[in-house]
Design a binder for this molecule. Structure first.
Ligand code: THU
Length: 144
């Protein structure tokens, strides 16, 4: 498992909980925040943004990864996702795959709620035997 400095954990928790307060979740009333630590040590945050046309909403992790990309971050080292509790939040399947685009098996995935950090996994725990960018780097085309 990757090492995470306690200051970085605290920055992620603060940013994720602050982002959660921006959640646009009038339909589920399940507010989520996410904060991603990039390879430069910069934190990028986002919330879930729902839509009256339900399938058009998206998760907090997607907003945070978009913020990271737009700020020039290349790699996700850790992500802290915060939900309302009491059940421990865990990224949905689609978000695990989105995280995989910018992180490897060692990416730390931390679950929290307003009372603090609840559980930590690696992305490898949550998305084993994943399909990732390296699958696309080889000449994989079938002959015509
Ligand atoms: N949600 C997230 O934003 N991230 C997660 O990790 C789990 C679920 C959102 C999607 C939807 O807006 C609400 O939580 C209820 O599913």
């Amino acid at each position: 498992m990757q090492f995470l400095a306690s200051e970085d954990l605290q920055r992620l928790l603060t940013a994720s909980l602050a982002a959660r307060r921006h959640s646009h979740s009038p339909y589920s009333r399940y507010a989520v925040g996410a904060a991603v630590l990039d390879e430069q040590g910069v934190v990028h945050a986002g919330c879930n943004i729902e839509n009256a046309a339900f399938p058009q909403g998206w998760c907090a992790e997607a907003t945070a990864l978009g913020a990271m990309v737009m700020a020039g971050g290349k790699r996700a080292m850790a992500v802290l996702v915060s939900g309302p509790g009491p059940d421990i939040i865990t990224p949905c399947g689609g978000c695990r795959q989105k995280l995989r685009e910018f992180g490897d098996d060692n990416l730390l995935v931390i679950a929290a709620d307003p009372s603090g950090v609840k559980q930590t996994w690696t992305l490898g725990d949550l998305l084993p035997a994943s399909f990732g960018p390296s699958h696309m780097t080889h000449n994989h085309r079938e002959p015509a």
